[in-house]
Design a protein around this ligand. Structure first.
Ligand code: ACO
Length: 404
């Protein structure tokens, strides 16, 4: 066969593929997507089954280890994660060092990268399975604590420590919304809804943030550094930031003189570059299977909490208009997973700025699973794309006084 790397070296042959729309960067056994058929499976299991029957930590185990755990293994896994949920006490100072209004994703990214300084001994041998597992456990255990600290600090409220007697998602809600010496009753419907949303976000093969995690990790950077880079990618409005943008868009429509129809016209005319946020996906061109499940959850949560229904009505109207409009049909634009998530998070009481950190928590098992797959792959190489240079040809330096 043809030795492509030799050929490239000799001929300078490179494929130019902006946005990597047709370039596979790796082989993977983690997640299967069929964008045309609207299929998503983690390790072979349909997302619909996992969203209904599994828990977030079980799905994390499945993604990272490749198989569903038996009862004893799962118990062990969950107990181990719960044991590690405290952050080092010195770490608390980190959260006060930022401006009150600082974006939580920036703080989260810094916090995760900073974890490496506390667990340096685990970062030395990136290929050691024990160290990989310890870093995975640290990340899964401590990130919910970190996110709840960020939420509390930005609201100027006192922090709560993790309670290992409580469920993972339940305790995350308590730490985020509860106050010291006050009883905080948690509605199991809300816990299940959040668990479902986290499962739906847990992996999505080689998306922008996951590819970032793999690329950074391909330089043998440790898992904390790689996941922190993934958080940076996720903060972009075209990726994880879309859930925030959807809520802003719905609120804007509600508070403006525009009808939903007028707004859709604005989008179609590309006025001020307005897009229908929460619509469209690089891979799903018929429908996003997660969006259907999120829509169901939105109705459950909003019925339960009785808030946000004005925005839900606008969202449903937008969806109805868009789905029967030629502009959206021709471009195969459907609601994606984030069209309804912001509404749910908002009804649960999360401030808008906390939406993307919730996505980061959800995506964490996928980032870890893909990092582990990448670092253990014997054919893995440092990621180093080529380019097609189009800049100036050779020219001579001009001293400052001769430049006009
Ligand atoms: N609203 C209006 N028009 C759109 C939208 C949208 N949301 N998305 C794409 N289009 C249009 C484009 O303007 C383009 O039209 P044209 O052919 O007339 O120029 C056409 O559809 C194709 O769009 P691309 O940008 O080429 O599609 P791409 O696959 O590169 O982008 C993306 C996918 C980034 C998700 C895009 O649809 C988008 O920006 N959506 C809104 C943001 C969003 O919801 N992101 C979340 C993604 S899911 C996730 O990260 C979990």
């Amino acid at each position: 066969g043809i030795d492509v790397s030799k050929l490239r070296a000799q001929t300078g042959l490179v494929a130019l593929d902006p946005g990597f729309t047709t370039t596979a960067s790796c082989t993977s056994e983690v997640t299967f997507i069929d964008g045309d058929a609207g299929i998503l499976r983690y390790r072979g299991y349909p997302i619909e089954q996992l969203a209904r029957h599994s828990t977030f930590l079980e799905v994390a185990y499945l993604l990272i280890k490749g198989e569903l755990p038996d009862a004893a293994t799962l118990e062990n896994w969950v107990a181990r994660i719960k044991r590690h949920r405290l952050l080092h006490e010195n770490f608390k100072a980190f959260f006060t060092a930022f401006p009150h209004r600082g974006h939580p994703m920036a703080i989260l990214q810094g916090g995760i990268a900073g974890m490496a300084t506390y667990y340096e001994e685990t970062t030395q041998r990136v290929r050691d399975p024990e160290q990989q597992e310890l870093q995975a456990v640290h990340l899964l255990a401590k990130i919910p604590t970190m996110i709840s600290y960020i939420a509390k600090r930005s609201a100027g409220l006192p922090l709560l420590y993790p309670d290992s007697d409580m469920g993972y998602v339940e305790d995350f809600i308590r730490m985020t919304f509860g106050l010291p010496y006050q009883r905080y009753d948690i509605d199991p419907v809300i816990v299940r809804a959040l668990e479902t949303l986290l499962i739906l976000h847990a992996d999505h093969e080689q998306n922008c943030s996951t590819s970032t995690v793999r690329l950074v990790g391909s330089a043998e950077a440790n898992m904390y550094a790689s996941v922190a880079a993934g958080v940076g990618a996720l903060s972009g409005p075209l990726h994880g930031g879309a859930n925030e943008a959807v809520l802003r868009m719905l609120t804007q429509i509600r508070d403006s003189d525009l009808t939903v129809k007028d707004f859709v016209e604005k989008v179609k005319n590309k006025e001020d570059g307005v897009k229908l946020m929460g619509f469209g996906h690089r891979v799903y061109k018929n429908y996003d299977p997660r969006a259907a499940l999120v829509r169901e959850t939105a109705h459950e949560v909003l019925d339960r909490l009785g808030s946000g229904s004005d925005l839900l009505t606008i969202a449903m109207e937008l969806e109805d208009i868009a789905l029967s409009d030629e502009y959206f049909i021709a471009r195969k634009l459907y609601p994606n997973v984030d069209f309804y998530t912001g509404l749910i998070y908002s009804a649960m009481g999360f401030p808008t700025k906390m939406f993307t950190p919730l996505f980061a928590l959800g995506r964490l098992p996928g980032w870890i699973a893909q990092y582990v797959e990448m670092i253990n792959d014997p054919v893995n190489k440092i990621g180093r794309p080529r380019q097609v240079y189009q800049g100036a040809t050779r020219r001579d330096y001009v001293s400052l006084r001769h430049r006009s």
